[in-house]
Design a protein around this ligand. Structure first.
Ligand code: TYM
Length: 385
């Protein structure tokens, strides 16, 4: 897609796995490396035909890649409903990067009337690394559920599955999947080594199971679409491999980029809290984080006026583009910045102006969510077929 804000072609080394995202990511190379498909103008036209519009996250290329998204849309056009499936690993509090695919998932639920399974992989986050306790993942599970509900998903059509609580619904499918995957495949897909604990090695089928659960619930083969950032793709590669052999449709995906952190490089991450805006941050904290953000600006005002800034290397620019600016505002910001007519302080101020009210509103919805947690849980009210 051509847009004035296209990212530079020259990028260095980077790593993208479900557990580690490092370096400056070249998303075009990632499409090739992962063997996914780019989102094409034909797909955008199809969305326009079906929904009457193209969501900004699609139009601006935030969701940039897919597997079988077009197939799901074709099925829907012919009258076959699809389920949505997405998730969260409760490793900490939720930041605005996590919220991006969830906002898009809600949009899809609203537009297509889809049922949604939302998995919480508390087992994965306990098993990964050495230092997380069960108590921590239990606490974050509850906190993260409040965020998920605050997004505004339809309570009649959405169920949250917490792995350690609802494993009985996943385990039969997980064992079917696990039986069809060798250790050698798991090593190739996930990079497991001899020092990986065996809990992690056994975990991927648990994240794969909700891809087929809708077919079990509905008693017929059901298409499933997974909106998520591209880091989760290895799970789906593995799942798609076994789907045919199990007699299910391959799960479809739509992949997003990462919302950058406010530091020098890399995605927004809870492990670098000073560069992430959390949904629970106080307004002063949001202001402090935005005002001390890294930018693509020159070291002095005089140089900025003379040489212009580098918006495509600036997290504040991307944050505003994907979250708060309209496309027009963002295109203007880009040109003004490059021509030296915009100073970083103004952009940081605009980011705070967007992020403070967003977080304030979100926190209110989070508080209200406490009363309705049970309504969303898989166990307590199974999703109606
Ligand atoms: P987790 O908790 O790491 O991430 C939750 C969701 O947020 C996306 N994400 C981001 N998106 C944009 N910008 C960022 N900086 C950013 N960081 C994370 C992730 O891609 C994900 O969509 N194992 C999973 C939990 C899970 C899941 C799923 C996720 C279980 N089933 C199905 C997606 C779909 C995890 O730990 O996600």
């Amino acid at each position: 897609m051509s847009s004035p804000a296209e990212e530079p072609a020259e990028k260095g080394d980077f790593t993208v796995t479900p557990w580690e995202v490092e370096g400056e990511i070249d998303y075009n190379r990632l499409v090739e490396k992962f063997g996914t498909q780019p989102i094409t103008p034909a797909i955008l036209s199809k969305m326009k035909k079906l929904t009457g519009e193209v969501h900004p996250m699609l139009k601006l290329g935030y969701f940039f890649s897919h597997r079988d998204f077009d197939w799901v849309l074709d099925k829907k056009e012919k009258g076959e409903d699809f389920y949505l499936y997405t998730g969260r690993g409760p490793s900490g509090m939720v930041h605005m990067g996590h919220v991006m695919p969830w906002i898009f998932t809600k949009y899809l639920q609203d537009r297509f009337g889809s049922k949604l399974l939302f998995q919480i992989t508390d087992d994965e986050k306990f098993l990964y690394g050495q230092d997380r306790t069960r108590e921590e993942t239990r606490r974050y599970t509850y906190e993260n559920i409040l965020d998920i509900i605050a997004i505004g998903f339809d309570p009649k059509k959405t169920r949250i599955i917490v792995d350690t609580k609802h494993i009985q619904h996943l385990y039969p499918l997980a064992t079917e999947i696990a039986k069809r995957i060798t250790f050698s495949t798991a090593k190739a897909v996930f990079g497991f080594t001899n020092s990986t604990n065996i809990g992690m090695i056994g975990f991927p089928p648990v994240q794969a199971a909700p891809c087929f659960l809708p077919s079990v619930i509905e008693g017929r083969n059901v298409p499933v679409l997974i909106p998520a950032a591209i880091d989760q793709d290895p799970y789906w590669r593995m799942t798609r491999d076994v789907a045919d052999r199990m007699g299910y449709y391959k799960p479809a995906q739509i992949h997003s980029k990462f919302l950058p952190g406010l530091g020098m490089m890399g995605k927004m991450s809870s492990s670098k809290p000073e560069t992430a805006i959390f949904t629970t941050d106080e307004p002063e904290v949001v202001e402090k984080k935005t005002s001390s953000s890294f930018t693509g600006g020159q070291p002095t005002v005089a140089l900025q006026r003379q040489l212009g800034g580098n918006p495509t290397g600036c997290p504040v620019f991307w944050y505003l583009r994907y979250f708060f600016d309209t496309e027009k505002q963002s295109d203007e910001r880009l040109l003004k910045c490059r021509s030296g007519n915009l100073l970083c302080g103004e952009c940081k101020g605009d980011l705070a102006k967007g992020a403070v009210p967003f977080v304030t509103q979100f926190k209110k919805r989070r508080e209200k969510a406490r009363d309705v947690v049970a309504k969303f849980m898989y166990d307590e009210q199974p999703i109606e077929p």
